[in-house]
Design a protein around this ligand. Structure first.
Ligand code: ADP
Length: 226
């Protein structure tokens, strides 16, 4: 892990449609650059699993493909930022609206941090449903797989931890994906312009193999951290 001050205080945002590969790529970048990946989707799924009141409310909304109310998500994010020394952070799934982009500014300012860069993962809209509907995850270590693009080398066995238990997200259905995409177009797409106006936006071609996208993104992050 690189402990340089720039990386330790980095605040990188990954933007992109559902299924663009934010989770997969954030995981790789976090490992490569020694950053903490904070995924609001994951935080909400954990809250739902833990059965907290906010978690139960969020679960129902997520299953529909709608956005969880700002007060729930922003609180979950604040709690995560304050849970120990997070170091440099890569945000995955937040902000998802211009209001959340403002909330993130305030959250970071209160902690003496500022945004380093927002990197968008650009994919063809036609590819999204296929990407989402085939994906599954190792229940033990969280490694992501895909029915068409990335099956475990040994069927039924996670390549990273050797686990044999996999899960699929309840919101990864064709019906929910359509709502998620509409929500993205309406509420999240304008966030790109918000960061472009502040000269913080970097765009990356996120089509192609996971490794190829990871290389392009890494170059982008190197540049942002330089
Ligand atoms: P994806 O980007 O593939 O849709 P995520 O795990 O990021 O997957 O999000 C899953 C769901 O969690 C979203 O559809 C939404 O309901 C909820 N969610 C995640 N992040 C946010 C957020 N910042 N604001 C509101 N809802 C969120």
């Amino acid at each position: 892990m690189d402990g340089s001050p720039v990386r330790q205080s980095a605040n990188l945002i990954l933007l992109g449609a559902p299924g663009a590969g934010k989770g997969t790529q954030a995981r790789l970048l976090a490992e490569r650059f020694g950053l903490t990946q904070i995924s609001t989707g994951e935080l909400l799924r954990e809250a739902a699993k833990a059965g907290t009141q906010a978690g139960a409310a969020a679960a129902e909304i997520m299953q529909r493909g709608d956005l969880v109310p700002d007060e729930i998500v922003t609180q979950a994010l604040a709690d995560r930022l304050d849970a120990g020394d997070v170091g440099g952070v890569i945000f995955d799934g937040y902000p998802r609206s211009v209001a959340q982009a403002h909330a993130l500014d305030a959250l970071l300012a209160a902690r003496g941090r500022t945004i380093t860069a927002a990197i968008s993962l650009d994919v063809y809209p036609e590819s999204i449903a296929e990407r989402i509907c085939g994906r599954f995850t190792c229940s033990t270590c969280g490694e992501g797989y895909h029915d068409r693009f990335k099956l475990p080398q040994i069927a039924g066995e996670c390549e990273v931890c050797g686990g044999g238990d996999f899960s699929r997200r309840v919101d990864d259905t064709t019906e929910t994906v359509l709502t998620r995409l509409a929500t993205y177009a309406e509420q999240t797409a304008p966030v790109e312009e918000f960061y472009a106006n502040r000269a913080l936006l970097k765009k990356t071609d996120a089509m192609g193999a996971i490794g190829a996208v990871a290389s392009r993104l890494s170059a982008c992050v190197e540049e942002a951290l330089a």
